[in-house]
Design a protein around this ligand. Structure first.
Ligand code: HEM
Ligand code: SF4
Length: 563
């Protein structure tokens, strides 16, 4: 490789298929951290090295090392866990983590605060629960998300099956994970052994995210992802095939207009039997065509912008040996969750709980533990950071409802809070410029007062916050998006579509708490006074001239009216 490739490319290539010096580094007791290059590699094993940023200045003053700990992200395709697996993760969070669980916007569980000396025991406990963390982060196909709604039972089970197949097929094959975390021994293959038939030595240029959606719900936010499959369902509820989407992504950098969020394009339609071959071809074209010089231009969304959708499709078809058909019509209605009880076509009942920003604290974990101990359905994490308890027996419904209510896990009345989501940000995320998860609940309380004054309390309004422009909680697809700019300061974005099909646009910049409320109150007032029947606030803000509509990524930074 030349000197021109990014540093991460060189680390990957020299890593011997993700080994680096991780095994040695874990034995090093003098520090709670690991070597700098290994910090990149450890992501491929599903974890980030972080430090508690609340404690940084005090520890610097005392000349102490930063309070290092690892965040571990579990790989849970489609977000579905058995009660036994739920109990195992709950136990791990209490034994080794910070005694909370974070349900993420891509249907996984994140465990925070795991110190280096507990890593090995944690990874073994995850393995014992028949789970793993391989490729939950890093430049690989990450956790495959999938519509989790059990009441659409037939299409859902086919969607989940495709999610699992894609997840398995696109897993890294290196034995490094098993060696480092579980067995401790290296089994050497023959000289000609192909270690990574799909990825090769340097894996992908950047992270890669796949989802499976079942209309009318776009809860996975299919247009935010590199690769998506949209189920096309016939009248009997069976899946006839899939529309394939490519080139969505959220991340951007403040002040760099060459970086932008982008909604995916619909590339065509394929049969179920061809879907995995198409997924592999999309991955390998991105492997070969993606930018390895500049990580800020390395996601599939930029490859498609640069090469064009037609050229990309032709190369995918050639490699997969499949000709895509024209996309079939589909209609999404919303990106949110349907809270409360639903009763499936098969006579079973399911309860969708509300978990504020996906964070479960001691009281809620205890309530869910009790539930899991006597429950034989499953637990499904939603892509909105909430939780579905599926397949509940009729006789248990009343008791479960009472217990979940007591634990504060039933959905609130506020239409804004019901449709809210925040990324982790401070104190653990090293990239956070501002608070997110710890601040959004209070901001919602303040905004709810304004909404109540305009008679809008019960209206569904999608609001999402992130602590930096990377966009982990998909703020650019929210009707109100708040993105951290600096401590206590946020950019406000408006105008995204309720069904997740259109990005937002910058409305106001660098606002503090009072500034956010002052900027949004007139928008609420105008919406209450002038909206058409059934008109969503995202559409209204465009019609009323608060922001221009964003057609797609390249246009995201255009026509901004901020002074
Ligand atoms: C350059 C882009 C990005 C970087 C460097 C990045 C980095 C990170 C880091 C360090 C965390 C851990 C935070 C913590 O737990 O303390 C995180 C969380 C997360 N990120 Fe990202 N991220 C990026 C973009 C995205 C995007 C675009 C998505 C989704 C579409 C995403 C999805 C997630 C999810 C699901 C979590 C878990 C926490 C949550 O649900 O809030 N990330 N990210
Ligand atoms: S959006 Fe930024 S602050 Fe929030 S978790 Fe992602 S990287 Fe961290």
């Amino acid at each position: 490789m030349t000197d021109e490739v990014s540093r991460t490319e060189r680390i990957k290539e020299a890593s011997d298929y993700l080994r680096g010096t991780l095994a040695e580094g874990l034995r090093e007791e003098i520090t709670g951290a690991i070597a700098e290059d290994d910090q990149q590699l450890v992501k491929f094993h599903g974890m980030y090295l972080q430090d508690d940023r609340d404690l940084r200045s005090e520890r610097t003053r005392k000349k102490m090392e930063k309070a290092f700990a690892f965040m571990i992200r579990v790989r849970i395709p489609g977000g579905v866990l058995t009660p036994t697996q739920w109990l195992a993760l709950d136990q791990i969070a209490r034994d080794y983590g910070n005694s909370t669980m974070k349900l993420t916007s891509r249907q996984t569980v994140q465990l925070h605060g795991i110190i280096k000396s507990n890593l090995s025991a944690t990874m073994k406990a995850i393995d014992a629960a028949l789970l793993n963390t391989i490729a939950a982060c890093g430049d690989v196909n990450r956790n495959v998300a999938c519509n989790p709604n059990p009441h659409q039972s037939r299409a859902h089970s086919e969607a989940l099956e495709l999610a699992r197949k894609n997840s398995d097929h696109l897993l890294p094959r290196t034995a490094a994970y098993r060696e480092i975390w579980l067995d401790g021994e290296r089994i050497v293959g023959g000289e000609d052994e192909v270690v990574e038939p799909i990825y090769g030595k340097t894996y992908l240029p950047r992270k890669f995210k796949t989802v499976v959606a079942v209309p009318p719900l776009n809860d996975v936010d299919v247009f935010a992802h590199d690769l998506g499959f949209i189920a096309i369902v016939d009248e009997a509820g069976a899946v006839t095939g899939w529309n394939v989407t490519v080139g969505g992504g959220m991340g951007m950098t403040h002040g760099e207009p060459d970086t932008y969020p982008r909604t995916a394009d619909v590339m065509g339609f394929c049969k179920t039997s061809d879907a995995v071959a198409i997924a592999e071809a999309v991955v390998t074209v991105q492997r070969d065509w993606g930018d390895r010089l500049n990580r800020k231009h390395a996601r599939l969304k930029y490859t498609i912008e640069d090469r064009g959708l037609d050229a990309f499709r032709a190369e995918v078809e050639e490699r997969a040996g499949v000709t895509l058909m024209s996309a079939a019509p589909f209609k999404f209605t919303s990106t949110g969750d349907t809270y409360g009880w639903t009763h499936g076509a098969d006579g079973r009942s399911h309860l969708t709980l509300f978990v504020q920003n996906g964070r479960l604290f001691a009281k809620q974990m205890a309530a869910l533990r009790t539930l899991a101990q006597s429950h034989d359905g499953d637990f499904r994490i939603t892509p909105n950071q909430h939780l579905i308890v599926a397949n509940i027996e009729d006789a248990k419904q009343k008791e479960i409802h009472r217990a979940m209510n007591e634990a504060g896990l039933l959905a609130p009345r506020s239409g804004l809070r019901r449709n809210s989501m925040a990324c982790v940000a401070l104190p653990t995320c090293g990239l956070a410029l501002a608070e997110s998860e710890r601040y959004l609940p209070d901001l919602l309380t303040a905004l709810d007062e304004k909404l109540a004054a305009h008679g809008l309390s019960a209206d569904d309004i999608v609001i999402r916050m992130t602590g930096c422009p990377n966009g982990c909680a998909r703020p650019y697809l929210a009707e109100i998006g708040l993105v951290g700019k600096g401590p206590g300061r946020y950019n406000v974005y408006l105008g995204a579509a309720f069904d997740g099909s259109r990005l937002s646009k910058l409305y106001a910049e660098d606002l503090d708490h009072a500034g956010i409320i002052a900027a949004l109150d007139p928008v609420f007032a105008a919406y209450a006074a002038d909206r058409h029947k059934g008109e969503r606030i995202g559409d209204f803000t465009i019609r009323a001239g608060f922001v221009a509509a964003t057609s797609n990524g390249r246009d995201f930074h255009a026509n901004v009216r901020v002074s």
